[in-house]
Write a protein that binds this ligand. Structure first.
Ligand code: ATP
Length: 234
């Protein structure tokens, strides 16, 4: 397993936000974590990137226990995140945002990956010299994903990439996520948009009030009566 969460718990003060989560992601998999508002999705991602204290359980990455590892070292290990709400650096150019994603890397690979990002997201090439803050919401989302990819992650964490986007753009972003997976990237996709996420995921987990209540193949979860009622409004 590339990533293994066992019995992961986290609290805000005395209030539990995660209550013993077990999640596994194998190399090359696209795994979705879906759940409604306040289920604990963001807390879980914060635990993974190391900015949220873990109160129980372990996080293993490629076999090593990283539960207590500082965030920057996790980036060095290959855990790259595209944060919720995009958080691109508005006054900086698109290209500088991308270069910042590669801040730990040097050499010709970085230039090569920059070109790869421009091939993957042609609109970013077109706007490479413009301030990131002037991009549309969908374009900023693409920039945030591309910036995370610039760290050459072994595991890409995506926090709600569809948030605030019109349906056509959601489809475009998810098509890109699918192509990243096809190219071999291991992806953990955290989404409120359960339908779009489970449709492209190999496997999925459903999170409710800090616990995993369902875990199965993406297509099976999409067909599951409980998922259809609670998350798909069917
Ligand atoms: P959303 O999609 O709305 O971001 P989420 O699934 O990401 O929801 P979290 O943000 O992880 O959920 O929140 C999980 C629980 O922890 C919620 O009950 C929330 O109210 C609580 N919580 C989140 N952040 C804090 C905080 N800083 N202090 C106290 N409680 C918090």
């Amino acid at each position: 397993m590339l990533l293994e969460l066992s019995g992961l718990s986290s609290h805000y003060g005395r209030i539990p936000a995660l209550k013993g989560i077990d999640i596994e992601i194998a190399e090359g998999e696209l795994v979705a974590l879906v759940g409604g508002n306040g289920a604990g999705k963001t807390t879980l991602l914060r635990c993974l990137s190391g900015v949220q204290p873990v109160s129980g359980g372990t996080i293993r990455f490629d076999g090593a226990d990283i539960t207590a590892m500082p965030p920057d070292q996790r980036v060095g290990l290959g855990i790259g995140q595209s944060p919720e709400g995009r958080q691109v650096f508005g006054p900086m150019s698109v290209e500088d945002n991308l270069r910042l994603g590669a801040y730990r890397r040097h050499g010709p690979d970085v230039a090569h990956d920059l070109e790869r990002m421009y091939d993957l997201f042609p609109i970013l090439r077109q706007k490479r010299r413009e301030a990131a803050g002037t991009l549309s919401g969908g374009q900023q989302q693409m920039l945030a994903i591309a910036r995370a990819l610039m760290s050459a992650p072994r595991l890409l964490l995506l926090d709600e990439p569809s948030m605030g986007l019109a349906p056509l753009l959601v489809a475009e972003i998810f098509a890109i996520v699918q192509s990243l997976k096809a190219a071999g990237t291991t992806i953990f996709l955290v989404e409120q948009n359960a339908y779009a996420a489970l449709k492209i995921a190999d496997r999925g987990y459903v999170l409710e009030t800090g616990s995993v209540v369902l875990a199965d193949r993406g297509d099976r979860l999409l067909a599951d009566e409980r998922v259809r009622e609670a998350y798909l409004g069917l």
